[in-house]
Ligand binder design. Structure first.
Ligand code: ADP
Ligand code: MG
Length: 320
């Protein structure tokens, strides 16, 4: 639904930030752009909502060139979350969230209901928080409002530029979990920029790795882990031994908090399955059950496996 065709960006000072980019981002996809600083991620993102003008090539949204949309319509139909918390300090939380719905002339009642729903979705009690000022919230809560504000007018597309990178590790992990849960309900097309591979692997349906304004590889977390196209990708992914035959599904399950065993309609694999087999099943199914001695003992999803691999990575790093 978002398509880049030979898109290049050259700034006035001669810097080429993006070179001949070809990319298709599907509807409802959580798409991550990752790469070192200066690799062209922000430029790529900002060209989508025309905060930066394209030098060459075209971007299409739902088959129509972005230059052919009314620019205000385009901006309002695309949510945008920045790295630095950018709430209006003198406005209440409610007023902050209502900005775009008000521009779109939604009724007072519709706006109020929308704010209640959104605050509920991110675990902030509307009665408690709606009248507060941003300064009366923690950094993590403020950024949560930043996310909510971008979703307020129900945009089809949400652009997020390193939205959690200024947060402490705990708030950051919480917000990552939040956005994953949220995405299960809202199913937006999300383009998410990060320079953190752990974050990318945890969140992305697909990940595009950028270097010097070009795409090095696009793929699912599994494809990047198992089939990195070159050493740059390999190094970026880290030095985890993903083929680790010590992989044990039972250990993964013992660390998962999800104890819900309602497995109706969910395929079940043996708890002795290898990492490769487990990832294979998860590439076809969002969730799978694991059984031992003919009894289902747990439920896993892709995130819990990735989290497990990342924990191993962290532990591995510590012991070096
Ligand atoms: P990233 O978000 O991956 O860190 P950017 O897209 O911000 O990278 O920048 C890509 C390249 O373009 C960098 O070399 C950066 O210095 C350059 N750049 C970004 N914005 C401008 C600008 N307004 N004018 C000139 N060069 C710029
Ligand atoms: Mg950037």
């Amino acid at each position: 639904m978002i398509r880049f065709e030979n898109v290049s960006k050259q700034f006035n000072d001669g810097t080429t930030a993006v070179k001949s980019l070809n990319l298709t981002i599907n509807k409802g996809e959580f798409f991550v752009l990752i790469g070192p600083s200066g690799s062209g991620k922000t430029t790529t993102l900002k060209m989508i909502n025309r905060l930066i003008e394209i030098s060459e090539g075209s971007i299409f949204i739902n088959g129509k060139k972005i230059s052919e949309y009314d620019i205000h319509e385009l901006r309002w139909s695309i949510g945008y979350v920045l790295q630095q918390i950018a709430l209006f300090p003198h406005m209440s939380i409610e007023e902050n969230i209502a900005v775009v719905p008000e521009m779109k002339k939604w009724s007072k009642e519709k706006i109020k209901n929308r704010i209640d729903d959104l605050l509920d979705m991110v675990g902030l009690d509307p009665e408690k928080y709606r009248h507060r000022k941003p300064s009366e919230l923690s950094g993590g809560q403020q950024q949560r409002i930043g996310v909510v504000r971008a979703l307020a007018a129900d945009p089809e597309i949400v652009l997020m530029d390193e939205p959690f990178s200024a947060l402490d590790p705990i708030s950051r992990e919480k917000l990552q979990d939040d956005i994953l849960n949220l995405q299960k309900t809202i199913k937006k097309t999300i383009v998410f920029v990060t320079h953190d591979m752990q974050e990318a692997l945890k969140l992305g349906d697909r990940i595009s790795i950028m270097k010097d304004g070009e795409i090095v590889q696009v793929g699912t977390p599994k494809e990047l882990i198992y089939h990195p196209v070159n050493d740059f990708v390999k190094e970026f992914i880290g030095k985890v031994d993903y083929h680790n035959d010590k992989f044990n599904l039972e250990t993964v399950l013992s660390r998962t908090h999800d104890k819900n065993l309602d497995l109706e309609g969910i395929p079940v694999i043996p708890v002795t399955s290898s990492l490769e087999q487990t990832l294979e099943s998860l590439s076809q199914q969002e969730q799978i059950g694991a059984e031992k001695d003919g009894k289902v003992i747990g439920r896993i999803d892709r995130q819990s496996i990735i989290q497990h691999l990342l924990n191993n990575l962290k532990e591995g790093e510590k012991s070096e």
